[in-house]
Design a protein around this ligand. Structure first.
Ligand SMILES: *[C@@H]1O[C@H](CO)[C@@H](O)[C@H](O)[C@H]1NC(C)=O
Ligand SMILES: *[C@@H]1O[C@H](CO)[C@@H](O)[C@H](O)[C@H]1NC(C)=O
Ligand SMILES: *[C@@H]1O[C@H](CO)[C@@H](O)[C@H](O)[C@H]1NC(C)=O
Ligand SMILES: [Zn+2]
Length: 520
């Protein structure tokens, strides 16, 4: 090769690598000891902080005068699964200087909810779903039933006195429509709280039920409860993943994945047949394209199952062209509201950002924050499509996670970077870390103690952030989670209260169900 060409190539390579690091938002390397530039120059002025306080006071004074006592015609509950306060704060950093903020942080009222379940200090998504949708705490792993029923008990969930009604049922009984949207399987624990009563969250199909020596007639699986149960059957919108739970092992879905059922049922066909028998206009879709072809203004019932299991992480969806075949949470939320908005009596919609939690379990902090950012965009879409005069929006989480934001990173450092305040072993550490989980492997090098991390490593999408205790799946956290509210009776949501108060307050705002008429 020509020498000049080689020199040119080397030059380009050097320029490219320099340029790549030059694009970094945080030029400072830990331990460099260089004086550090201030990122937000305006913050150096007293006036900046004074003006901010004045703006906040103006907003608070206007808010105090606003009554917010119209009945809520519509209620939309947004559930960020595992969206701890740390997760929201770190997402704020991820969105950084962009115009995009964590939208729901602007809501006028915020509070804290206590997430423990009856038999565990740290809860799961099943018992918390019973709490924030039905207003009763149950046992870990159970859904839509009180704590009289032990997990895996075959008969307890079938007894009516143990069943907990959800706010979706109260809405339906008041003539409103109800629907659900999730990025998980529609039979996963959180959405199941809308319509199911079951002693184990894993009983999503008949095989799981028989595998535990329970009878599928006494204990219908979660997918069957969605298609045949009183609340599930009447849901106008069901959007998420989980086709595998609806079809037999001998049947493949539209993308060639076999089902998990062994009872020969094809619950998607059954769902359609049921609606057609009632002469209702019903549509089943399984792709983003299919959804785009539905006339939402004429559809009465909409079932969308966009994946054999869960939908992809939002960051992966956005990075991966082949996954753009999947709809985003914002698109799903928009479609759901368009269908539900036609009921003059209003609606209840449950929207779950499910994979915030799943990414945390793998200590994929970046993916978790990306999913939180998309969740916030979905909230914004919902607020823009509705009026805060008649639509209450409540945003919260079911439980926390063990991720924390550590050290004293500089303001211009990316949240995925490292910090270095005088560790005993002279090694830097990640700003984000977990109390337990698979990130143990990246944090510790068994021979030498802590591993030497670099930002080249921590910047990778699938870097598993360090954890203290080796666990295959990082655990949930037991700290309180935040609640953000906007619209009628949003003032109810300030304070620190039981998670079970949330559906009661939403129901009172809408004037539905057993709490609808509570007077002072
Ligand atoms: C459903 O799958 C089971 C095995 O998982 C099989 O025995 C059964 O024949 C299948 N049912 C139908 C209707 O294909
Ligand atoms: C559906 O429409 C058919 C034909 O118009 C009618 O015979 C049938 O009674 C209708 N069923 C229901 C449940 O309304
Ligand atoms: C992109 O998505 C496809 C389909 O889900 C998947 O098979 C593939 O591994 C993904 N590629 C990357 C780089 O994530
Ligand atoms: Zn979880």
């Amino acid at each position: 090769m020509d020498k000049r060409l080689i020199l040119l190539l080397v030059g380009v390579a050097v320029w490219l690598s320099g340029n790549a690091s030059g694009q970094r938002d945080h030029p400072r390397k830990w331990g460099s000891g260089e004086p550090h530039p201030i990122k937000y120059v305006e913050e150096q002025k007293t006036a900046y902080w004074v003006e901010k306080a004045q703006e906040t006071l103006h907003a608070k004074l206007a808010e105090t005068q606003a009554a917010h006592t119209n009945a809520a015609k519509n209620v939309i509950m947004f559930l960020g699964d595992g969206m701890s306060v740390h997760t929201v704060t770190a997402t704020r950093n991820l969105l950084g200087d962009s115009a995009e903020k964590v939208y729901f942080e602007q809501f006028p009222y915020t509070g804290l909810s206590k997430t423990y379940c009856v038999n565990r200090q740290v809860a799961d998504s099943a018992c918390t779903a019973t709490a924030y949708l039905g207003g009763v705490k149950g046992n870990y792993g159970t859904i839509g039933i009180n704590a009289n029923v032990a997990r895996y008990s075959c008969d307890g969930a079938a007894m009516e006195e143990n069943q907990v009604e959800s706010i979706a049922q109260w809405a339906q009984e008041a003539g409103k429509d109800a629907g659900l949207v999730t990025t998980a399987r529609v039979t996963h624990a959180s959405p199941a709280g809308v319509y199911a009563h079951i002693a184990d969250r894993n009983w999503e199909n008949d095989w799981e039920v028989t595998n535990r020596q329970c009878n599928t007639e006494q204990t219908p699986d979660i997918a069957r409860q969605l298609v045949e149960g009183q609340v599930g059957k009447a849901l106008k919108v069901i959007l998420g993943g989980g086709r595998q739970q609806f079809i037999n092992t001998t049947v493949n879905d539209e993308e060639g994945y076999p089902g998990y059922r062994t009872d020969g049922r094809h619950l998607i066909k059954d769902w359609l047949a049921d609606k057609q028998a009632a002469n209702a206009s019903a549509n089943y879709v399984w792709s983003r394209k299919g959804l785009s072809l539905v006339d939402l203004d004429k559809t009465e019932y909409l079932l969308g199952l966009f994946a054999t299991s869960h939908l992809p992480y939002d960051g992966d969806r956005a990075r991966n062209r082949s996954q753009l075949a999947d709809p985003s949470l914002t698109e799903l939320t928009e479609a759901a509201i368009r269908v539900l908005q036609r009921n003059e009596k209003g609606f209840f919609l449950f929207v779950e950002g499910a994979r915030i939690d799943m990414a945390h379990h793998d200590t994929y902090a970046r993916r978790s924050l990306e999913d939180t950012a998309e969740f916030a965009r979905a909230v914004q879409k919902a607020r823009e499509m509705t009026s805060d005069e008649d639509t209450l929006i409540v945003v919260t989480a079911d439980h926390a996670h063990t991720m924390s934001i550590n050290g004293y990173p500089y303001r211009d450092q990316e949240i995925f970077g490292l910090t270095d305040d005088d560790t005993d072993d002279d090694l830097p550490y990640a700003i984000l870390s977990y109390a337990n989980g698979p990130g143990y492997k990246s944090a510790f090098n068994l021979a030498d103690g802590r591993a030497r991390l670099t930002e080249k490593l921590t910047d990778k999408t699938d870097f598993q952030f360090p954890s203290m205790v080796p666990l295959d799946a990082e655990s949930h956290g037991g700290d309180d989670v935040a609640v953000y509210a906007s619209g009628p009776f949003s003032q109810f949501f300030s304070g620190n209260y039981e998670q079970t108060n949330i559906p009661a307050m939403m129901a009172r705002a809408a004037g539905i169900g057993p709490y609808g008429n509570i007077q002072p």
